[in-house]
Design a protein around this ligand. Sequence first.
Ligand code: HEC
Ligand code: HEC
Length: 380
Amino acid sequence: MNWGRGFRVVAFLALCAAAAATATYQPKPYKMGIRAFFPKPTFPADNPLTQEGVALGERLFFETALSETDNISCAHCHIPSESFSDPRRESIGVHRRRGRRNAQPLFNLVWRRNFFWDGRAKTLREQVLQPIADHKEMNLDPEEAAARLGEDPEYSRAFAAAFNEAPSPRTISLALEQFLLTQISQDSRFDKILRGEAKATPQEERGRALFFSEYDPAHGIRGADCFHCHGTAVFTNERFANNGLETRNGDEGRFEVTGKEYDKGLFKVPSLRNVALTGPYMHDGRFRSLREVIEHYSNGMVLTANLDPNLAKHGGQIGLSEADKEALVAFLETLTDESFVDRAKALERKHGFQLPPGPPRGLLDFDSPPPPPPPPPRRR
Ligand code: HEC
Ligand code: HEC
């Protein structure tokens, strides 16, 4: 046989195969609408959002097979109807292992520059594999997770449609990244007031004024200084700060990542959107209510050397009146986005999501006694 001819035939066949594969691999772009007054979002250029990728990521978010014991999904600690946060102080992972921090809500992540309370992950795709591998969370080698999914023909098809590849830690992380990036909250009462579609009550208006103004008694201004850190449309400046909490459980926050003395007790400034839904508050869930948070800023801050200058300048006290404390809470409550919650509830129904076992919704304390065992079957 003529070698040259044989090679040409093989090359031709390979071309046909490639053409066939690309003909079937045609993911459809996923369109998103983001309101004009938000900062311009930057989506990852190397992981364009597609309908297939987002749908796969959504499914993976509710997938318990990503955990060692096949009973914990991402949604178990990031409960969708709670704005993807956890009402328990610390999350509970496989074998009821208890974590040390409060799970963050997941939305508007396209504007985040780093992830976790200490910012130890730089990208979402890097972040999402950590809970799968974490001993206290899902405790499964991502390779093993991918192998499990590969055994399911439906998943194999879904991965091929989204990435033209088999399930792998890489494609799992890309799909989860895509899904998380689509979770945008931008229609709270605050937004509607801004757009002139709703009107603030005098109390909400007083809270807004306090939130967005400086504390500068020398010039007769007595604001609450919140905007320095929780400003902009996303309600966080994306930085790390010490907001006057005493150190607990040896958790040094940002210091654990950088080793710099100044970073002791610095934590990521959280977004305050949907904050009425994301209690308990702070990295360790130490405050149960927004009122307790306001009490902290009003007169409970610990004056450490690295307390942020915007808070240290009033000696750890803003000394708010009762009416002003209530006004700030009322303002924070305007940041709840009902349409976001409705979409999250629809996701829970679609995926047959059940609340995790343990303390029921609304019962925030991990240490509360477990629910009583079911009564024994009655004898006749
Ligand atoms: C056992 C509970 C638990 C599970 C399961 C879990 N998480 Fe988390 N998640 C947490 C906790 C706690 C934090 C905060 C940890 C920290 O900051 O050190 C967190 C933080 C995050 C963050 C960072 C958010 C931010 O604003 O920085 C993202 C993103 C995230 N999780 C996504 C996921 C995904 C995706 C899954 C599923 C693959 C998942 N999580 C599974 C508890 C959990
Ligand atoms: C110097 C920056 C800074 C200022 C000023 C500031 N905060 Fe914070 N805020 C933070 C940081 C950092 C955290 C998270 C701290 C932690 O968990 O250790 C936080 C947490 C919170 C939380 C809890 C959110 C959650 O999801 O757990 C609320 C609510 C809050 N701040 C409201 C306010 C209000 C209201 C004001 C004004 C009175 C204010 N903050 C002023 C930096 C700041």
